[in-house]
Design a protein around this ligand. Structure first.
Ligand SMILES: [Zn+2]
Length: 155
């Protein structure tokens, strides 16, 4: 039976994680300057788990400040799109936009997506899923837009 008293024993290329107490190869630990063996005390897996949990907490804080964004996540994009598509919307136009985005992506090798000029779930105003509210922009631009959106400009 082997008893471990220390978590830092990296001489044999192995080390015991201080979080999950599993013995792992030294390359499964991130480097940390200033520590005795130059490695962190918990393994990469545990560090990742910790960061993920921290990320979730930050996300919750963000959503409590931006509840309209949380609706997108909770309700689900498909349901929102269905709800924001009026009966009179021309479905062939919506399809056309989706096809154009795919075609552009294939031709240019740059990812394009269909964007709603006025977001479907906005802070003050919500747009509809109709042709007049659609535009094709790069996915990169789309992501930037959703991150820095100034909905106040639509009042
Ligand atoms: Zn661990």
């Amino acid at each position: 039976m082997v008893y471990y008293t220390k978590t830092t024993s990296s001489k044999d290329g192995h080390k015991i994680c201080s979080k999950c107490f599993r013995e792992k190869g030294i390359n499964e630990f991130y480097n940390q300057k200033g520590s005795r063996d130059g490695k962190r005390s918990s393994c990469t897996e545990c560090v990742k788990k910790y960061n993920k949990a921290k990320g979730r907490i930050n996300l919750r804080k963000y959503y409590s400040k931006n509840p309209h964004k949380a609706i997108n996540k909770i309700v689900g994009r498909d349901i929102i799109i269905a709800e924001r598509t009026p009966a009179w919307a021309d479905k062939s136009i919506l399809r056309w936009y989706a096809e154009q985005a795919i075609t552009l992506t294939n031709i240019t090798g740059i990812s394009y997506s269909v964007d709603h000029e006025i977001p479907l779930v906005g802070k003050y105003v919500s747009g509809l899923n109709v042709g007049d509210n659609l535009q094709i922009i790069t996915t990169e631009k789309n992501t930037q837009k959703s991150m820095s959106y100034k909905l106040d400009s639509y009042i």
